[in-house]
Design a binder for this molecule. Structure first.
Ligand code: DAK
Length: 256
């Protein structure tokens, strides 16, 4: 399948999606978001794929929603048509793990899309921000909520109220990104990390994503209870028997 605003490729059992509107720093137009949602849905359903990587260019992961496209919109049309909601949420709704590989700008909706992924690998050049305040609005795709949960109230308030950008070192220090890698190694590192995940037991990867995300939606005691029940259920999978037998027999597991 080919697209106009993104590239979608397979690297073995990993799906790689590259945002591809270089003239506008990968501004997230409605066409781009539709194509991204479509490609992610396909990859999520494709049994061959175990994990996905979402990336942009070396200049920009994405500089936000397309301001030129949305500048003339009016309320209540935005409200009545639930302005660009469904397809944006597809990133967060994938069941398989998605890694955001971010170089350059990840701003506004770009930062929000990166935070919808399961973790962020940052190139040294990465810059994150929620600069909507500078154009007279505020985050609309989860930025105020996800950024606050990831980096805390003080940092999130400062970022959203001033629109300042956060570089990769600060982003790693405050827990927004999992690791920093040299720009030249970003894609290879992200694909190798995704391949490592894709080589594990599929039910285990889906379950881990599910139980960690539960931590954001419930109390500690309910989350622990959910994790325990799910752990008990792991004994119903062939991969549990294979993984534990392989450990005892000192060999590599062959997950089904
Ligand atoms: N939209 C449209 N075009 C953009 C753009 C954007 N967000 N960002 C950059 N571009 C375009 C520029 O207009 C320019 O185009 P030409 O003038 O060449 O035609 C080209 O990309 C290169 O940009 P610059 O010339 O500005 O490049 P610089 O290196 O000087 O500056 C920059 C880079 C990233 C600092 C700057 O471009 C910038 O500040 N960009 C805007 C960043 C921003 O404000 N982002 C937040 C947008 S609001 C929602 C979902 C999502 C959202 C809301 C609701 N729902 C689900 C309800 C999200 C909202 C947003 O993201």
């Amino acid at each position: 399948m080919t697209y106009d605003t993104i590239k979608a490729e397979l690297h073995g059992n990993v799906g790689l999606i590259t945002l591809n509107r270089p003239d506008s720093l990968n501004a997230l137009s409605s066409q781009l978001i539709s194509e991204l949602a479509e490609a992610l849905k396909r990859m999520d359903k494709n049994k061959e794929i175990g994990a996905m990587v979402l990336t942009g260019s070396d200049k920009a992961f994405a500089a936000g929603a397309d301001i030129k496209e949305m500048q003339d919109k009016k309320w209540p049309e935005t409200f009545n048509e639930d302005f660009i909601t469904d397809e944006w949420e597809q990133v967060a709704n994938c069941r398989k793990p998605i890694i955001a590989a971010v170089a350059g700008f990840a701003l506004g909706g770009g930062c929000e899309i990166a935070m919808m992924c399961d973790f962020i690998l940052a190139a040294e050049s990465a810059k994150f921000g929620q600069p909507e305040i500078k154009i007279g609005v505020w985050p609309g795709a989860g930025g105020s909520q996800r950024l606050t949960r990831l980096v805390g109230k003080s940092k999130s308030m400062e970022m959203c109220l001033t629109g300042r950008m956060m570089g990769s070192e600060e982003a790693e220090r405050v827990g927004l990104v999992s690791r920093i890698v040299p720009d030249a190694d970003l894609i290879e590192d992200a694909i190798n990390t995704a391949k490592q995940i894709a080589s594990m037991s599929r039910p285990a990867t889906l379950m881990i994503k599910d139980i960690i995300n539960r931590a954001y939606e419930t109390t500690l005691s309910e989350g622990i209870r959910y994790e325990r029940r799910m752990f008990q259920a792991s004994f119903g999978t062939p991969d549990q028997r294979e993984g534990m037998a392989a450990f005892v027999e000192k060999r590599k597991p062959k997950f089904s």
